[in-house]
Design a protein around this ligand. Structure first.
Ligand code: NOJ
Length: 519
């Protein structure tokens, strides 16, 4: 089947500070990623997305970029990046990097110049408004600190807009010079050979210059979760044209932080905007069969109308890990079966294959203004004191049970969650139905999510029991349990019983499978 690589890929997100430190400063680095590429190949993912590693004062841990075309010395050098990229490509792994187009650091030379005077060359690269120093220009709220999305610049006596921290001023994408400079920052990395970009809060770049108040009913919600302006769509088409100047298939994966799947779907345009967009409502869904069915149906409907390809994600660097949210390893195992058998591109967050929980962060080690340190705990690679890092004390505390829950220990245990991920990824890679197949619902008890993935003769049934007790599911036809989340019954014919918290992938044994009956 000829489709772009990102539709059949499983993407693995790396938060570079937390992946692996090779220099002994307690912070992960690009060389640390390079040295662990074989883990990713063994696991069976297709692509990596690396969160920002650009020069940054790190007020938002790299999402405050002071130079879009460089590497922060904390993470290495451009030469380290090139080596990482080459080594990833040599192993057949694609590389996406994080592009942060909505804002810069306040230390970016553009903003340093912009705030130097009202007549500075870069002044109107940012969003400035007149007003009274006690009254922000509108009611927009910033993310993280529950403060206005505006800061007063006393020296030049104007307000500037920042949807995030005051140290992250918003660029003004109504300014053509900004557009051209940001396009060039894409070309800088495309020239080096990256396979595409994860685009940070991409739905925020277009803004109506009127900057009207948000309605009272939603005014407390951070403006970054509300901004949905038509200008962004034409900006995205132009950005896509930049990627299309390059040979090969370069991907645009947008973070569209709008909590409506219908709204997210619009950012695929008519097949001429984003190639993939994150869809976060399922990430926030409770671990309940009904909630998940609703999200899957809504996604299929909203994206299907546009012939757009879905994405699925359970964890990332901004939210508590799903192992922590769902409350048990048994559920995390069942969730792996679900995530890796849905129709669409799955995104894994480094460490979820180990079943990592969020770290407990003592008050004196809290760093992130957004309270997201727990899910950013360092990845333990082995049981030794430094867990494979060059220094035992990393920038954040280790996650719970790192002595047992680390790459080496889990790799040695074939029953581990790590091996479950690997088996699921291997089946997904070789199954046209799991990659491309339509999704058909199968009747099942309320606590059970049951669906088929079908492509020609390749027919799978996916069952996930959200209940803490066994459930019976009657399936027409003969089915073999190819993978089970707890290992129980794997390799045997399906006997109609799903154990508590069990997810399973069943392969049709060739008997025609008509619609199944309610158990
Ligand atoms: C979304 C990123 O995922 C998050 O980590 C960051 O703080 C904001 N965008 C601002 O760049």
């Amino acid at each position: 089947m000829s489709a772009p690589w990102w539709q059949s890929a499983v993407v693995y997100q790396i938060y570079p500070r937390s992946f692996c430190d090779t220099t002994g400063n307690g912070v992960g680095d690009l060389e640390g990623i390079r040295r662990r590429l074989d883990h990713l190949v063994w696991l069976g993912v297709d692509a990596i997305w690396i969160s920002p590693f650009f020069p940054s004062p790190m007020k938002d841990y790299g999402y405050d970029v002071a130079n879009f075309c460089g590497v922060d010395p904390l993470f290495g050098t451009l030469a380290d990046f090139d080596r990482l990229l080459d080594d990833a490509h040599a192993r057949g792994l694609r590389v996406l990097i994080d592009w942060v187009p909505n804002h810069t650091s306040d230390q970016h030379p553009w903003f340093v110049d912009a705030r130097s005077s009202r007549s500075a060359a870069h002044r109107d690269w940012y969003v400035w408004r007149d007003g009274h120093p006690d009254r922000p220009p509108n009611n927009w709220r910033a993310a993280f600190l529950d403060s206005p999305a505006w800061s007063w610049d006393e020296a030049t006596r104007q307000w500037y807009l920042h949807l995030f921290l005051a140290e992250q001023p918003d660029l003004d994408w109504n300014n053509h010079e900004v557009v051209a400079a940001m396009h060039d920052s894409l070309r800088f990395w495309l020239d080096r050979g990256v396979d595409g970009f994860r685009m940070d809060v991409i739905h925020c770049i277009g803004k109506d210059p009127a900057l009207d108040d948000h309605p009272d009913a939603v005014a407390k919600i951070p403006a970054c979760a509300l901004n949905d302006d038509p200008l962004t769509h034409s900006l995205l088409r132009d950005i896509r044209a930049v990627l299309e100047e390059y040979p090969g298939e370069r991907a645009m994966v947008g973070e569209v932080y709008l909590l409506s799947t219908d709204a997210v779907a619009t950012y695929y345009g008519d097949g001429d905007e984003l190639h993939l967009a994150f869809n976060f409502p399922p990430l926030y869904a409770a671990w309940e069969a009904g909630a998940w069915r609703e999200h899957i149906e809504r996604t299929e409907a909203a994206l299907g109308d546009r012939n757009a390809w879905p994405t699925w994600v359970l964890s990332n660097h901004d939210n508590p890990r799903h192992r922590t949210r769902y409350g048990s390893e048994a559920r995390a195992r069942a969730a792996a079966v679900l995530l890796l058998s849905l129709r669409g591109t799955p995104f894994l967050y480094a460490g979820e294959e180990f079943g990592l929980e969020d770290a407990v962060i003592p008050a004196d080690r809290r760093l992130d203004p957004g309270g997201r340190d727990g899910c950013r705990a360092p990845i333990p690679w082995d049981a030794a004191a430094g867990h494979g890092w060059a220094r035992a004390k990393a920038w954040l505390p280790w996650p719970p049970d790192a002595g047992q829950r680390n790459a080496a220990a889990l790799r040695a245990d074939e029953q581990s969650l790590l091996h479950l991920y690997r088996r699921l990824l291997a089946h997904r890679r070789t199954s046209p139905a799991l990659q491309w197949g339509v999704i058909e619902w199968v009747e099942a008890p309320d606590d059970v999510l049951a669906f088929r993935r079908v492509f020609g003769d390749d027919r799978w049934t996916v069952l996930v029991n959200f209940a803490a007790e066994d459930r019976e599911v009657a399936l027409a036809g003969a089915w073999k349990r190819v993978v089970t989340s707890d290992g129980h019954g794997e390799g045997r014919a399906f006997d109609g019983v799903l154990r508590a918290n069990q997810g399973t992938l069943l392969l049709s044994r060739g008997v025609s499978a008509s619609r199944s009956r309610r158990a």
